[in-house]
Design a protein around this ligand. Structure first.
Ligand SMILES: Cc1ncc(COP(=O)(O)O)c(C=O)c1O
Length: 393
């Protein structure tokens, strides 16, 4: 096994999603640093899991996910969240995106309205739009506005069953919902019988002590489905995630025809993850990831500040949500930035139907500290070139 990429045969088409662009330090991708992917460790865990499980590791798996991973998740989440789930509350998925697709396909009909935080993860907007739902953006940082919006839309005859939010180390802002807002949001969900999909993808990428307890862990009314992922903590190519929610919902997912036909959605990888977790390999790998990503965050934020820009310091996750000087939009900045050799995602993409464009999302996950510092210098040069009042140096 080699960690260096190994032998590569000629292939007819692309292998990976990421597209490198010559001369551009691209802060647009929320992808892991290549050196953070556990090539050798995962290979060893795969061999160990197959030794342990033999043919059972390669046959059709149990509908809700193999007991080994479900039990590991129950114990693990008891240590990283406000409470751990019971096995009947867990369903293993092929990633957080798949969890969102599954839950929304069960609960959203064409023409329904789904409330989405604003700004929020732009590709969740796509998954929900695929359901032909009408997406309405409302800041979940303001639970009273969520309540008012549900009430107004229902008063106008709309069906509003679901809300979507990333309350912990959010994509794109890196921010977390404070504890009082979490309580208020749960109260609104209870009062309006709203099911909240809590995207908890970044919980374990916490750089300043334990992450806040999830909405799911504080909910006692079955009104939160929390979706999680191993994409950021281990590797996105595994396509492995999970959800915790009311047992009836887990049962309904396990009873889907395609699960009956195909068994657990990612059985062999799920069993391997259980082995990786139980062996201590996951904990060691995560510790290295936290150290890497917190230094990358520090490098980017320090370099932006040294250039006179004013980013917040996120406590976790992979993103910096940088406000631009008044009057400057991200869309206007992008071509200038790319000409200067740096790229990013424009703020308006994170609002349902488009929205304010005075921020850029910078991902610090994929580049090392030196490249991030250079990217910040290039970005600041582009900002100065366009600002009505250039940022001070
Ligand atoms: C908030 C959020 N949810 C979900 C995903 C995708 O997760 P997965 O790879 O497990 O489908 C991402 C990846 O960028 C994300 O930022």
């Amino acid at each position: 096994m080699t960690g260096s990429g190994g032998h590569m045969a000629a292939v007819a088409g692309p292998t990976i999603q990421y597209v490198a662009r010559a001369g551009i330090l691209d802060l647009g991708w929320g992808h892991p640093h290549p050196a953070a992917l556990p090539v050798d460790e995962w290979g060893e865990a795969t061999a160990a899991a197959l030794r342990e499980h033999g043919w059972r590791g390669l046959t059709y798996g149990y509908a809700a996910g193999p007991g080994e991973l479900v039990d590991w998740l129950c114990a693990h989440l008891a240590g990283t969240d406000g409470r751990g789930p019971r096995p009947a509350e867990v369903f293993v998925t092929a990633g957080a995106s798949h969890a969102l697709e599954l839950v929304s396909s069960l609960l959203v009909s064409p023409g329904d309205t789904v409330l989405v935080d604003t700004p929020t993860y732009h590709l969740a907007l796509r998954v929900l739009a695929d359901r032909r739902a009408d997406l309405v953006g409302v800041p979940f940082t303001d639970p009273a506005a969520v309540a008012e919006t549900v009430s107004r839309l229902r008063g106008a005859g709309r069906t509003v069953r679901l809300g979507y939010v990333v309350p912990t180390f959010a994509n794109p802002t890196g921010a977390s919902l404070p504890a009082d807002r979490r309580r208020e949001l749960l109260a609104v969900a209870a009062a309006y019988d709203l099911l909240v999909i809590e995207d908890d993808t970044y919980r374990e990428l916490s750089y300043a002590g334990p992450a806040p307890a999830s909405l799911w862990s504080a909910d006692h009314g079955g009104r939160v489905v929390r979706i999680g992922s191993f994409a950021k903590t281990v590797a996105p190519g595994l396509r492995l995630g999970w959800l915790t929610g009311p047992p009836e919902l887990v049962g309904a997912l396990a009873d889907r025809g395609y699960v009956d036909s195909g068994g657990g959605v990612n059985h062999t990888v799920a069993l391997t993850m259980a082995t990786f977790g139980a062996s201590g390999g996951y904990a060691r790998h995560l510790a290295r990831g936290l150290s890497r990503y917190s230094s990358q965050r520090d490098a980017l934020v320090a370099a932006l500040r040294a250039e006179g820009l004013d980013p917040p310091l996120p406590d976790g996750g992979w993103f910096v949500w940088l406000p631009l000087p008044d009057g400057l939009t991200a869309s206007a900045l992008l071509p200038r930035a790319e000409a200067a050799g740096v790229s990013f995602m424009c703020g308006r993409r994170f609002h349902a139907g488009g929205g304010p464009d005075g921020h850029v999302r910078l991902s610090y996950s994929m580049l090392g500290p030196g490249e991030l510092a250079e990217a910040a210098r290039r970005l600041a040069t582009a900002v100065r070139g366009l600002s009505p009042r250039p940022a001070a140096r």
